[in-house]
Design a binder for this molecule. Structure first.
Ligand code: NDP
Length: 267
C-alpha cells in the first residue's frame, strides 16, 4: 500500500530455525534415563543444550548418558525425597551454571479399580507425580524468578483430559499438575519464567507397554479413539519439549499442549 513495505519489525526474532535453538542453555530432566524423558534429553542435546538427567537407578542413567554423548550428564536423585530439591538445584547450578529449563517428567502409574485403591497407593502416586513436581518446581523457580528468565515444562497426560478407567490416583495427580501450570504461569510469567504442560497421548514406552499388557483390549480402545490410528513415539514429545523450551514459544505460557495423534478430541 502506497508503495511502502509492510513489515513488522521485530529485532528479537531470529532467522530460520535458529529460533528453536537451545544453545548455551542448561536443562534438567527428571526421569530422563528412560522412555519419554530420555527422548526429551536427546532432542535437547541435539538443540544445543547441556542436559542433566535424573532417576533412581545409577546404572540406567550411566548407560543413557553414554548414549546421549557430549552435553549430557546425570545426577542420581529420587524426586520423592522432597527435602533434597533445593540441594539438587544448587548442586546442578554450581556445576553447570544457571538452570534455564526444568522438565518435570518423572512419574509413576498404577492400574487398579478405584474401589481397590488403598490410601497408601493413592498417596504414593500423588506424592511422586504431584508433591514432588511442586517441590522441585518451587526450588527451580526460586532461582529463575529473581533472574528473570527460565522455562518449566510439566509432562501431564490424557488422563487429565478425559476419564480413563482404573487410574484414579494418576488422573488426580495429572489434573492437579494442569491446574498448577495455570497458577504458576500467572505468578511467574511477568518475571520472564514461562510454565507449560505437554499432555502426551499413547506413547510407546515401558509404562504404556505395562499398562497395555495388563489389559489387551486397551490397545484397541486407545487406537479406536485416536484419529491418527497409531501410537506416538517418545521423540514426538521430545520435539514438542524443545519447541516449548525455545524462543519459538516465547509468547506461550500457561498452556497444555496435547501431543496425542488427536486422541484428546476423540471420536
Ligand atoms: P517410564 O516408566 O519409561 O519412565 C519414567 C521415568 O521416571 C524413569 O526413568 C524412572 O526412573 C523415573 N522415575 C520414576 N520415579 C522416580 C522418582 N521417584 N525419582 C526420580 N525418577 C523417577 O515412563 P514414560 O517415559 O512413559 O513416562 C514419562 C512421563 O510421561 C510420566 O510423567 C508419565 O506419566 C507421562 N506420560 C506417559 C505416557 C505414555 O503413554 N507412555 C502418556 C502420558 C503421560 P527410575 O525408575 O530409575 O527412578
Amino acid at each position: 500500500t502506497n508503495g511502502t513495505t509492510l513489515a513488522i519489525a521485530d529485532p528479537a526474532s531470529q532467522p530460520g530455525l535458529q529460533v528453536f535453538s537451545l544453545a548455551g542453555q542448561v536443562a534438567l530432566i527428571t526421569g530422563g534415563g528412560t522412555g519419554i524423558g530420555f527422548e526429551i534429553a536427546r532432542c535437547m542435546v541435539a538443540a544445543g543444550a547441556t542436559v542433566i538427567i535424573t532417576g533412581r537407578r545409577e546404572a540406567v542413567l550411566q548407560e543413557s548418558v553414554a548414549e546421549l554423548g557430549e552435553g549430557a550428564h546425570f545426577v542420581v536423585n529420587d524426586v520423592s525425597d522432597l527435602g533434597g530439591t533445593d540441594t539438587l538445584i544448587e548442586q546442578i547450578e554450581a556445576e553447570y551454571g544457571p538452570l534455564d529449563i526444568l522438565v518435570n517428567n518423572a512419574g509413576i502409574n498404577m492400574k487398579k479399580p478405584a474401589l481397590e485403591v488403598t490410601d497408601e497407593d493413592f498417596s504414593r502416586i500423588i506424592h511422586t507425580n504431584l508433591n514432588a513436581v511442586f517441590a522441585l518446581t518451587r526450588a527451580a523457580a526460586r532461582r529463575m524468578v529473581p533472574r528473570g528468565s527460565g522455562t518449566i515444562i510439566m509432562i501431564s497426560s490424557m488422563a487429565a483430559y478425559y476419564g480413563i478407567d482404573r487410574v484414579v490416583a494418576y488422573a488426580a495427580s495429572k489434573s492437579a499438575v494442569e491446574g498448577m501450570v495455570k497458577v504458576l504461569a500467572s505468578e511467574f510469567s511477568k518475571h520472564g519464567v514461562r510454565v507449560n504442560a505437554i499432555a502426551p497421548g499413547f506413547i510407546e514406552t515401558e509404562m504404556s507397554r505395562t499398562a497395555m499388557n495388563s489389559d489387551p483390549d486397551r490397545r484397541d480402545r486407545a487406537m479406536r479413539r485416536t484419529p491418527m490410528g497409531k501410537f506416538g513415539k517418545p521423540a514426538d514429545i521430545g520435539h514438542a519439549a524443545v519447541f516449548l523450551a525455545s524462543d519459538a514459544a516465547r509468547y506461550i505460557t500457561g498452556a497444555s499442549l496435547p501431543v496425542d495423534g488427536g486422541n484428546s478430541i476423540g471420536f
